[in-house]
Design a protein around this ligand. Structure first.
Ligand SMILES: [Zn+2]
Length: 346
């Protein structure tokens, strides 16, 4: 999660666009697919223990806080790429590898200082019926690095989102092996440069590997492994942006939630006028600004946010599992429903 707020003038512009957000969608979600055995097996394969195993690597001291372009981040990137290779999940063909280079110059021009070249990591499962339509599931794998020799592990921010994207990808791959691959394609997008200014996602949306016009949704995950003081001990997740552009997305996500772990969906921050301005503070915004529906999943601002104490032993793994299962279920619906979700709001 990015710390610095965006300039006020940009907020004013967006606030005026987002005033209409009350009406509920009328279309019902295609929840019948949830009774599918391939779905239930894939859903059940998302496990706290897997998330934990991967997070203890991604957020280890060896990764040196994963600062953008640092050797530690590249090491974490190699772990992610090898994970996909081992699962038999490839990269987008057009890209030629799992890596999309985000050049130092691009970040410099946007105030990124002297950040070195860095990489987004893209894994891809091609859809069986509508391969040209793309569902994006994203999370940033960079964090803030080390300060005065102290490693900022970023277990929650955004190690939790990183391992959730990996685990969701594995679940879709298992369903595919069982003959129930997604009808639409799914792009598992691990972006870089988030903490310095959402650079990786901005670079992707400026240089999309698949046309943005065919990009159906971005489900963005940034911090889903903890609770915040206002929700201590609760089974909840904040959802932000899900009814900003499509009247269907919030309905689909709520139905997915009811059918699964029935978490409390908290919409406190789902408000363009909220002082925390969270709609603008993670990577989904670079999709939303192109009119692509987004849902941002988040656990709140807790006492270890951007502190060296954001460590993997503080993660609530069962809750992380439930949140990842919700996002998987929502993605499953969007990827498999007959019609692409609509964009009917501005
Ligand atoms: Zn952050």
């Amino acid at each position: 999660m990015r710390k610095i707020l965006i300039p006020l003038f940009a907020i004013a512009v967006m606030t005026s666009c987002g005033a209409v957000k009350n009406s509920e969608g009328t279309s019902s979600p295609s929840i019948s697919t949830y009774h599918d055995k391939a779905f239930s097996d894939a859903y059940a394969s998302i496990k706290a223990e897997n998330l934990k195993r991967n997070l203890y690597v991604i957020a280890s001291d060896e990764m040196e806080g994963r600062d953008t372009g640092s050797p530690g981040q590249k090491k974490a990137g190699e772990y992610i790429v090898n994970y996909y290779k081992n699962l038999g999940i490839s990269h987008p063909k057009a890209l030629g590898s799992y890596y999309q280079k985000v050049p130092s110059d691009f970040m410099k021009k946007r105030g990124g200082g002297n950040l070195p070249d860095s990489e987004n990591i893209l894994a891809f499962i091609e859809g069986s019926e509508k391969p040209e339509e793309i569902v994006v599931i994203s999370g940033h794998y960079d964090h803030v690095g080390t300060k005065n020799g102290v490693v900022y592990n970023g277990a929650d921010d955004d190690g939790s989102g990183t391992v959730a994207v990996m685990e969701i990808a594995k679940a879709f791959q298992e369903a595919k092996k069982a003959g129930k691959g997604p009808k639409r394609s799914i792009l598992f997008l691990h972006v870089t440069g988030e903490e310095h200014g959402l650079f990786g996602s901005e670079f992707y949306s400026d240089n999309p590997v698949f046309p943005l016009a065919n990009t159906v949704v971005d489900l963005n995950i940034d911090m889903i492994g903890r609770d915040d003081p206002a929700n201590r001990g609760k089974q909840y997740v904040y959802v932000i942006g899900s009814d900003m552009l499509s009247s269907q997305l919030k309905v689909i996500n709520e139905a997915a939630n009811k059918k699964t772990n029935n978490l409390e969906l908290n919409y406190k921050y789902d408000d363009l006028n909220d002082p925390e301005q969270l709609y603008y503070r993670s990577d989904h915004y670079n999709f939303a600004k192109h009119n692509i529906p987004v849902a941002f999943f988040f656990d709140g601002i807790h006492e270890d946010y951007h502190k060296p104490t954001d460590k993997p032993d503080k993660i609530d793994y069962p809750l992380l599992q439930k949140r990842a299962q919700l996002i998987f279920t929502t993605a499953w619906d969007i990827a498999n429903r007959a019609e692409r979700i609509i964009v009917d709001k501005k």
